[in-house]
Structure formats: structure tokens, C-alpha cells
Ligand binder design. Structure first.
Ligand code: N01
Length: 540
């Protein structure tokens, strides 16, 4: 240390080794590894009243995992995996939240967690090489490491329609749902949005509501999930080869635990292609339909069209009213985050469900009585915003980060967000953004483990070499971004507007925000950086 810590108001901050922000899958894991494995002094913060991150807030009706839970969990503790019994393949939100609470208890994490507390500011003090962290409760902490697990999909995207404040009924956002739940019986409900949250909430509340009006901006390619028990044979195979299973998950593209196809769609005759799509349609799962059927749906227009033609035929077979079926049929590429939901398209056959295409009949305003589109006023008792998230950067940028030389992270990312390896940003030493921009586009829990192992190795390296800080050089960061751009543009994902490229939030830079070469390749990049003693990083 070479000087006093910047205390701002003269109050000495509490000294720690690390501050963790967030207590979802990433934050709990980071706290466990840093405190219990590395023996560091750590405090974690979360603004929610309970742990769980996104799974705390997203308690809307119908919320459940759409990743098979055998890969939507931690792997680092075999006994945890073996002893926790999931009731189904895609568990509902309360079960996932119970699992994360169990993890907090099992690893005695709660004593290091401060809830209902938001980190407002993080400032790197160059005299001391410490992050000075300030919370909304006035706490001040000085820590060598700052680990952010603030949620890829956590900061809500709430559109501002004229007159929104005049609505006299109830208003909910799926990602800030009241913990006490809601009762839709006898009510006229409007849902805006038909992404992963929208399809789940729509399908779940339609049977309860008196009437449900869905305001759809873009039609979606959704496939069945096929809820049910975990395949016992598959579970047994994991138990008999635990290491092998997780190695395969971590070496795969998606990290979802299923075998990804290596066959391009054009390599098989039409009939066989149809049969493969049908088999996976019956099996269920959005990522499975995109990645287990053929290897090139996300990158090749022929393959993509083959998949979309199949789903379009299913929509036409399922939805009885031809006009509704037409409105529900997407016209763009299949290149958003793939959806799956049981009974979604069938919901539109119900007498109490109306679909409004807001591209053809835009929402003009919200009135005291409901939603007025160009054509008509829809009278409602409840409006549900299933309008998603200011993804990837939303929560990070709610914290005022000041790095070396007074650089503001918001300025550094004004044009577009940049990192090296999705984890570190030049000018922000010892700050790690788990699932930050240019991180992997994959199932999160296995990727969280890959990332925290790397972070732990970095910390051990600093301890061993006696260095205080690590950060990537600006050139290294630019090279990683160029790599992400090159890979991203070789896929079809940038061709469709969605949260994946920032296009869902008005005014947000629309850009590549992920490393799209898959988890296995990403893990290899991290391994190489570690084994080669961190080329392109600056140590001090
Ligand atoms: O958000 P979304 P989400 N007027 O951005 C519409 C994860 N997740 O919360 O498509 C009218 O996908 C918007 O329309 P458009 C998962 O990774 C997982 O549903 O932009 N409509 C879209 O229909 C997922 O991908 C799970 O034209 C407006 C919808 O709102 C990610 O979170 C469950 C609008 C937003 O869809 C995000 O999913 C839930 C406006 N002004 C979420 N603004 C599971 O694991 C937005 N929309 C099951």
C-alpha cells in the first residue's frame, strides 16, 4: 500500500479481500470459491431480500427453467449433485430458488451476505490498489478484488407508453413479480411481450383469467418443452460417469448437457431431415431443437429455413383460426435465444384469448381503463409487461464504476461494451464481470464454474508472484472484441433484433455482445490465458 484509502467522507472503509455483487448462480459460487476455497475475506451484496438473483425476482406464474436441470445446476460438489432431488426436468421457479437457498445454507454463505443492499459506486483507488465500494446504506468497503455477478438478464426493460401512469388497474413486470403472487381469476389481463417470459406467463394464466389479450410485436419460433420427470436412464448415466458428463457439458457449444449435432442440415435427404426435426419436436427443448437436430441452424440460411419451415407447419397444424395462426407465424430467421414452452400455440385456441399484432395495430397509449392501439381500446384490469431485460450491461452500468485515471465504465462502454474474455476490462484492475459482455453465449451455471475457476487461478497467480493487480491491455481487449465480432458475424444471430445484440432497448448500442464459439472453445481460451501466464495482461 502506498497511501491512504480514498474515504470520501473521512470514514475508514471496512477492509476486505473481495466484494461480490449479486447472489444468483454466479455470485453464490464466487462467494463460496473465494471465501471457502481461497480463504479470502469476502462480503457479498444483493439488493433483493433473499438470495437467488434472477430466480428470486422472476416468480411470475409459469416461471421455470427451460434448460434441462441436470445441466442447470452446480457440478463442483458431487455430493450436492447427488443429494439434491429435482422433481422434474424443467423445474419451476420455487424449486430452483429452494436449490439456491440450500446452496447458501450448505456452504454457510449467509453470514457473508448483506441483502436488501445495492452497491452504488465502485472506485479504484490507485494509491492503494483497492476498490472502494459504496452501498445505498452508506457502507464503505475497500477490497482488492471486485467480482460482479449482477445478472446477464436481470435489469428490467420497461417500455414507456404514453399515459402509462394513468392506468387504474394492476401493473406487473415478469422480472419483478410480487413474491405474494397474484390472482387473475375473473380479471381481464393484457400481456405485452412474447419472449421466454411471455410464452410462459401467457400459457399459465390463460386458464385463470376471465380474458387474456396478448400484445405481440414479433412472432416467435417456440417448440414444446415436454415437461415431465428427469429421464431416469440419463440420470443414472450421469451418476455412473460424473466427471465424463461434466467434461462433455463444458466441452460443448451450449453447455446444456445434450449431444449436439455435427451434421449440417443439407447433408441429409429431405425425409430424414423432417424425421430428425420431428424426433426433437417430440423430445422437446429449444436449444435441443436448434443444436441437437443439425449443426448449422444458427449459421446457415438453408438449415435455418429448414427449421423454420418445420415450426411454421406445426403452428399451422396447431392453431385453429387461420388469421391467428398467420399472426403467430414468424417471418424472420430463427436466430433469437430459442424458446420452448408446452401448450403455447394451443393457448390461442381458447375462447378467452385474443392476439393483437402490435406491428400492424400499434399500441398508441395506455389509458386509465386499458391499452389503446391504433384500432381499439382494450379494457383491462391487469397489464403484465413481459418485455424482458436491458441484458448483459444493464445492471453493471447501474453501478458507477471509476477505474484508473478516473475512467468511467459507462464512458468506456458508451460506443459499445468491451472486455477481454468476457471477464476483465482495461483500466479496471482486479474487477471481474461474470457473464460480462463478450462472455460465452451458453447455459450459465457451467459457464459460471469455468469463469470462477479462472478467476481463482488469477488470484492464486497474484498471490504467488506477489503482484497486486492484473488487467488486460487496451490492445488485448480490442483483439478479443475483434475475435467476438468475427465469430458473431459468422452466425445468423446479428441478423435478427433481440436482447442478444442490444436491439430490444431503445438507444442501446446494437452490437455483438457475446463470444459465440461455444463454451468448450471459451473454456479453452481461458485455459490458454492461464497456462501461458496471462499474455496481454498488465500486472502491477
Ligand atoms: O425477454 P425478451 P424475456 N412493445 O426480450 C416484447 C431468459 N429467460 O424476458 O421480439 C411491444 O426475449 C418483445 O418484442 P420483440 C432467456 O434467455 C429464460 O422473455 O422485441 N412489445 C418480446 O416479445 C430469454 O431469452 C427463461 O419485437 C415489446 C418481449 O417483449 C431472456 O431471459 C424465462 C416492447 C421481450 O422478450 C429474455 O426473455 C424467461 C414494446 N415496447 C427468461 N418491448 C427460462 O429459462 C419489448 N417487447 C424459461
Amino acid at each position: 500500500m502506498s497511501g491512504p484509502i480514498d474515504t470520501d467522507d473521512g470514514v475508514e472503509p471496512v477492509e476486505l479481500d473481495a466484494v461480490v455483487i449479486g447472489t444468483g448462480f454466479a455470485g453464490l459460487l464466487a462467494l463460496h470459491v473465494l471465501r471457502n476455497d481461497l480463504g479470502l475475506q469476502v462480503r457479498a451484496f444483493d439488493d433483493a431480500p433473499g438470495v437467488g438473483g434472477t430466480w428470486y425476482w422472476n416468480c411470475y406464474p409459469g416461471a421455470r427453467a427451460d434448460t434441462e436441470v441436470t445441466a442447470y445446476c452446480y457440478s463442483f460438489d458431487r455430493d450436492l449433485f447427488d443429494s439434491w432431488r429435482w422433481s422434474e426436468r424443467y423445474p419451476r421457479q420455487p424449486e430452483i430458488l429452494a436449490y439456491l437457498n440450500h446452496v447458501a445454507d450448505r456452504f454457510d454463505l449467509r453470514r457473508s451476505i448483506t441483502l436488501e443492499t445495492r452497491v452504488q459506486r465502485a472506485t479504484f483507488d490507485e494509491h492503494t490498489n483497492r476498490w472502494v465500494v459504496v452501498t445505498n446504506r452508506g457502507e464503505r468497503l475497500a477490497a482488492r478484488f471486485l467480482i460482479e455477478g449482477v445478472g446477464l438478464l436481470s435489469s428490467t426493460n420497461m417500455p414507456a407508453f404514453p399515459g402509462q401512469e394513468t392506468f387504474t388497474g394492476e401493473v406487473f413486470h415478469t422480472a419483478r413479480w410480487p413474491q405474494a403472487g397474484t390472482d387473475f381469476r375473473g380479471k381481464r389481463v393484457g400481456v405485452i411481450g412474447t419472449g421466454s417470459s411471455g410464452v410462459q406467463v401467457i400459457t399459465e394464466i390463460a386458464p385463470d383469467a376471465d380474458h387474456l389479450t396478448v400484445f405481440q410485436r414479433s412472432a416467435q419460433y417456440s417448440v414444446p418443452a415436454r415437461h415431465g420427470a428427469i429421464d431416469a436412464e440419463f440420470l443414472a448415466s450421469i451418476h455412473s460417469d460424473y466427471e465424463g458428463y461434466w467434461h462433455r457439458v463444458r466441452s460443448s457449444i451450449t453447455g446444456f448437457g445434450f449431444e449436439e449435432s455435427t451434421t449440417p442440415a443439407a447433408d441429409v435427404p429431405d425425409e430424414e431431415r423432417e424425421a430428425i426435426f420431428e424426433r426433437w419436436w417430440q423430445h422437446g427443448g429449444g436449444f435441443q431443437f436448434m443444436f441437437a437436430t443439425f449443426s448449422d441452424i444458427g449459421v446457415d440460411v438453408f438449415a435455418n429455413n429448414a427449421a423454420t419451415d418445420f415450426i411454421k407447419r406445426k403452428i399451422a397444424e396447431t392453431v385453429t383460426d387461420p388469421d391467428t395462426a398467420r399472426m403467430l407465424t414468424p417471418t424472420d430467421l430463427y436466430a433469437k435465444r430459442p424458446l420452448c414452452c408446452d401448450g403455447y400455440f394451443e393457448t390461442y385456441n381458447r375462447d378467452n384469448v385474443t392476439l393483437v399484432d402490435v406491428k400492424a395495430d400499434p399500441i398508441v397509449e395506455i389509458t386509465p381503463r386499458g391499452i389503446r392501439t391504433a384500432g381499439v381500446e382494450h379494457e383491462l384490469d391487469v397489464i403484465v409487461f413481459a418485455t424482458g431485460f436491458d441484458a448483459v450491461t444493464g445492471n453493471t452500468l447501474k453501478i458507477a464504476h471509476t477505474g484508473r485515471d478516473g475512467i468511467d465504465l459507462a464512458d468506456h462502454w458508451a460506443h459499445r461494451p468491451t472486455t477481454h474474455l468476457g471477464l476483465m476490462t482495461s483500466g479496471f484492475p482486479n474487477m471481474f464481470t461474470m457473464f460480462g459482455p463478450m462472455g460465452p453465449f451458453t447455459n450459465q451455471p457451467p459457464a459460471d464454474e469455468v469463469q470462477i475457476e479462472w478467476i481463482a487461478d488469477v488470484i492464486r497467480h497474484l498471490q504467488k508472484t506477489g503482484m497486486d493487480t492484473i488487467e488486460p491491455t487496451a490492445e488485448t481487449e480490442a483483439a478479443w472484441v475483434a475475435t467476438c465480432d468475427e465469430i458473431g458475424h459468422s452466425t445468423l444471430f446479428p441478423k435478427v433484433d433481440s436482447w442478444i445484440n442490444g436491439a430490444n432497448v431503445p438507444g442501446k448500442p446494437v452490437t455483438i455482445m457475446f463470444y459465440m464459439a461455444g463454451l468448450g472453445s471459451y473454456a479453452e481460451q481461458l485455459r490458454r490465458a492461464r497456462d501461458d501466464d496471462y499474455p496481454g495482461f498488465r500486472f502491477a
